[in-house]
Unconditional design. Structure first.
Length: 193
């Protein structure tokens, strides 16, 4: 059983990004990112959400005790470019799910990899988790490579998990375990050489 405390909302800083507790000040950046058609496709989001409902959701993230939602702030611009989340927490098993959402302003510069390392490291080193898992759609090899660079390992495929614009796509299950993280701290390529 894990000793995780998801009620604590930390600020985690790297060289490129700062992860910070989500608040009203992050709404505009998150709304811009989630409104992008490419983000909807990459996350498999079919439904529309109103700005009012999204604003209300952002305002409640600080009070949640069963998940951790942090805004991703680009240190070069000071703008919120997305979010990272640890959710679907199973305290009995010491595991949870990870997801990341970055708008166009946050892509292609290593911000996602650094944000992933920061939150995954926090999950293992501070929350005492044993396993962090995720799913990525097969049409998103860029994200899969980014997760592998941090140490996530493919476990299996959920066939035809998403129907997008009339086509069906697989979803790849991936995870990273605490012993793996303790060996490479998010840089598995350094282990091999």
């Amino acid at each position: 059983m894990t000793e995780a405390d998801f009620s604590v909302k930390p600020t985690l800083a790297g060289a490129l990004v700062r992860l910070e507790p989500m608040s009203e000040e992050h709404f505009e950046g998150l709304w811009r990112a989630t409104s992008e058609p490419e983000v909807a496709r990459l996350t498999g989001s079919h439904g529309e959400i109103t700005a009012a409902r999204a604003r209300e959701w952002v305002a409640t993230r600080a009070q949640t005790t069963d998940r951790l939602d942090l805004a991703v702030v680009d240190l070069a611009t000071g703008e919120c470019v997305g979010e990272v989340v640890l959710n679907d927490w199973s305290p009995e098993d010491g595991r949870c799910n990870f997801r990341i959402l970055l708008g166009e302003a946050g892509r292609g510069r290593g911000l996602g990899a650094e944000a992933t390392r920061l939150i995954v490291g926090y999950g293992f080193e501070r929350l005492g988790l044993h396993r962090i898992g995720l799913t990525v759609f097969a049409f998103n090899p860029r994200a899969r490579r980014a997760y592998e660079k941090v140490g996530f390992v493919a476990e299996g495929v959920e066939r035809d998990a998403l129907c997008w614009e009339g086509r069906r796509y697989d979803s790849v299950w991936m995870s990273i375990l605490a012993p793996e993280w303790s060996r490479h701290r998010g840089f598995p390529d350094a282990e091999t050489g």
